[in-house]
Ligand binder design. Sequence first.
Ligand SMILES: Nc1nc2c(ncn2[C@@H]2O[C@H](COP(=O)(O)OP(=O)(O)O)[C@@H](O)[C@H]2O)c(=O)[nH]1
Ligand SMILES: [Mg+2]
Length: 299
Amino acid sequence: MDENKMNINWYPGHMAKTKRQIIDDLKLIDVVIEVLDARIPISSQNPDMQEVIKKKKQIKILNKSDLADEKETLKWIEALKSKNVSAISVNSNTGIGINKVIQEIENLMKEEKNFYEQKGRTGKTIRVLVLGIPNVGKSSFINRISKKTSMIVGNKPGVTKQKQWIRLSNNIELLDTPGVLWPKFESDEVALNLAFTGTIKDDILPKTEIAYRLVKFLIKNYLNNLINRYNLNLEEIKSILNQDGAENNNIYEVMCLIGKKRGCIVSGGNIDDEKVSNILLDDFRKCKFGRITLEKVVD
Ligand SMILES: Nc1nc2c(ncn2[C@@H]2O[C@H](COP(=O)(O)OP(=O)(O)O)[C@@H](O)[C@H]2O)c(=O)[nH]1
Ligand SMILES: [Mg+2]
């Protein structure tokens, strides 16, 4: 496989309209919550929107933290903190981290609240908007944070386009519909990260290519996880990887070995690339390799 030939055929529609809508919504908003995938904190953001979001108080949610390498997530939180950006790791399936988010919303608005109170104006409502690319967990997060006790407020029947707000506490309200950002393929790496995690559909690149690149990443960064998952022999893998010739061929050989172990063989004894690719990607998405972070903090 030729790594220099990745033909990414994908074009996001409605970008300008979506952006305008979000900019419009932001006028009503005090705090923006951007939901990111903890495994890919860079690739899961939308770089075009950062300029817009930056003007607001914001909290970055490192969601799906149960799937990411815990120590890497901590590093991300520290790195963002050092840039004065609040970041909180969350598992929107279980609700871990949700209370911290509520606290942080209050915390970010403390000065403003004091300011209002000094003027004798109490009871200011903090308004919050959730943003993120598809499949990052926005709906799950909103469900979690709004729990069952929350109330929908500001609902006027018959009025379309009326914004609905969910009351999270005495003084916090959340817009019930998140802003859906579009993913952006700034590089092959970004596209691959989005593909590995299943954030975007597989049809963007050949599945075998995605799986091959996943194996390559795992060999470099999480070799033990790969070996444990498929009961591979470390010495055997090392000797394959140390063979003369193209690195790509060696990595493909490891992929074939995994295929053989998993019975992905077609008539004639060849490896069924498609089948082994499906197994690899499925295993990754189901966290069968353990908790893995694809994008690490670089200093
Ligand atoms: N493991 C895990 N899965 C999550 C988490 N949050 C969401 N998901 C899953 O990610 C998928 C997409 O979530 P959804 O809330 O629909 O994303 P949305 O498109 O951003 O609204 C669903 O299968 C969720 O169950 C999380 O914190 N951990
Ligand atoms: Mg959703």
